[in-house]
Design a protein. Structure first.
Length: 488
């Protein structure tokens, strides 16, 4: 989308990525009939119509062109100085709200405004349009233009800021939050360069929280960005996109004037900055482990779910677990060190029942949930593929055999070292346990290829943890009451 000369006059052109023959074969007549929209700062709306198609002499590309609109693309403005980018975003929000009102009153004849920032121009006042007017390219033409620019241009110019599932004003609210994140944090919230991974991150709300990405950001702005971007899996979001856009305007343009970008931040002390950096690093490590484990489970569950009757197999396993409750393991006769060894040893053996017997007061809840996920996947696979190798190889067994490459996923604890810290009384004692946790490594390239292909698992991912463990004597048996975990 650029200004060039067509038929002896300046025009706004949209490259289609096609030569003359391919353009004719594609039968893209709609590209020159669908109108665009220009929204003026005073609320007026003008229809923009393509004038024709021309072949560029230098490239041979067919270009749909129409009346010129001087200004800058919104995706490029997002990368410029913050105050200028903020003004452009406010103009875009105002235009979206105005068009939504006209659409509700059926005054636009069903015409839609494109969401991609690279298909929007904010005028600079150098031609007949005043500064701050917003041009929305025709929807179909915008799609053609964005895809013709290539994968990287499609990502940075649009996909980074567009939710793949939302529509209407909810989609506009999400895009506004993503663009404001880019302006204030200096990077987009979802910067993945693989489209499948990008959409997965957006749907799962997998991004660095804005309070870490833009330290010191005003709590009101940060909270609205965070909740709007987290529109997946019950993590927040909004049911009224127009209302959210209105809230953004109230925060960014109080009393009718756009606030300077610098006023969106409060000064932070050195201690505050250090605390945020520590919390950010902890979040990244914890989030990486959670996301990788979750996606590993989802990836393998796909194999299982295509098998008819998988739900029945899971129900049978659950029923069997209930019937065997009376035979559950206990820590009877174990000394504290044995309880700790049993707990960590049971991780690689997928023995969640023994882990549960070793704890009380909800200790180790996340560990046990993770082991249960792998246990269910392993048992269901055995039910439908009795001659297949096990899904998981315990990490200790793998290490004892030399730790070399194997065609199986590695999971569990190795290098466990237990140290007593002190005795509180006869019924409470403290230990420190250091160990390495091995988990299957997530591989995004493999995920994109599909689960039916043959593959060699990637080397497992290791995490070195130090746990402070509190044990209590309950009904005569030692059990773990609390685990305080840190990563080294």
């Amino acid at each position: 989308m650029e200004l060039f000369q067509a038929e002896g006059r300046q025009a706004l052109g949209f490259g289609t990525g096609l030569d003359a023959r391919s353009f004719a074969q594609a039968k893209l007549a709609q590209l020159i009939t669908e109108p665009g929209l220009i929204v003026f700062p005073d609320g007026a709306v003008e229809i923009w119509k393509p004038s024709g198609v021309i072949e560029r002499e230098d490239t041979g590309e067919m270009v749909v062109w129409g009346p010129p609109v001087a200004g800058a693309r919104l995706d490029l403005l997002l990368e410029q100085e913050q105050d200028k980018a903020l003004a452009a975003l406010v103009s875009w929000i105002e235009a979206r709200l105005l068009l939504d009102g006209l659409q509700a009153r059926q005054q636009l004849n069903g015409q839609q405004a494109a969401l991609w920032p690279c298909a929007v121009i904010v005028t600079d006042g150098s031609d007949k349009y005043p500064a701050g007017a917003v041009f929305f390219a025709p929807q179909t033409l915008a799609i053609r233009y964005v895809h013709a620019r290539g994968a990287q241009a499609r990502l940075s110019g649009g996909e980074w800021y567009v939710h793949p599932d939302l529509e209407g004003m909810d989609a506009a609210a999400f895009s506004a939050a993503a663009m404001l994140y880019r302006i204030l944090a200096g990077a987009p919230p979802f910067p993945a360069e693989d489209e499948l991974l990008l959409h997965q991150d957006i749907r799962e709300g997998n991004f660095l929280p804005i309070r870490f990405a833009a330290p010191g950001l005003d709590d009101g702005i940060a909270g609205l960005i965070q909740s709007t971007l987290s529109q997946a899996e019950g993590k927040g979001g909004t049911a009224n996109g127009a209302a959210v856009l209105g809230q953004f305007l109230e925060l960014l343009r109080p009393a009718g004037r756009i606030i300077p970008a610098a006023s969106c931040f409060r000064p932070l002390s050195s201690a505050d900055i250090l605390t945020l950096e520590t919390e950010k690093e902890q979040f990244r490590k914890k989030n990486a482990l959670t996301v990788n484990t979750k996606r590993f489970v989802i990836r393998n569950t796909t194999i299982i779910l295509v098998c008819a009757g998988a739900a029945l197999a899971i129900a049978l396993i659950a029923g069997s677990a209930i019937r065997s409750r009376a035979a559950l393991p206990t820590t009877t006769g174990m000394v504290p060190v044995q309880v700790i060894e049993a707990y960590y040893g049971a991780i690689g053996d997928l023995n969640h029942q023994l882990m549960d017997a070793c704890v009380t007061r909800g200790a180790g809840k996340n560990d046990i949930s993770m082991v249960i996920n792998f246990f269910v996947l392993s048992r269901v696979r055995m039910s439908y593929e009795p001659h297949s190798p096990p899904l998981i190889l315990p990490a200790q067994q793998w290490q004892d055999s030399g730790g070399g490459p194997v065609d199986i996923q590695i999971f569990g604890v190795t290098d466990l070292h237990i140290e007593q810290l002190g005795i509180v009384d006869d019924n409470e004692i403290r230990f420190r346990a250091s160990y390495i946790l091995w988990i299957p490594r997530q591989n995004d390239e493999y995920s994109a290829k599909g689960v039916e292909e043959n593959y060699s698992p990637y080397p497992p991912q290791s995490r070195y943890y130090i746990d402070e463990i509190f044990l209590i004597r309950k009904k005569g048996n030692w059990r773990i009451a609390e685990i305080r975990r840190s990563e080294k």
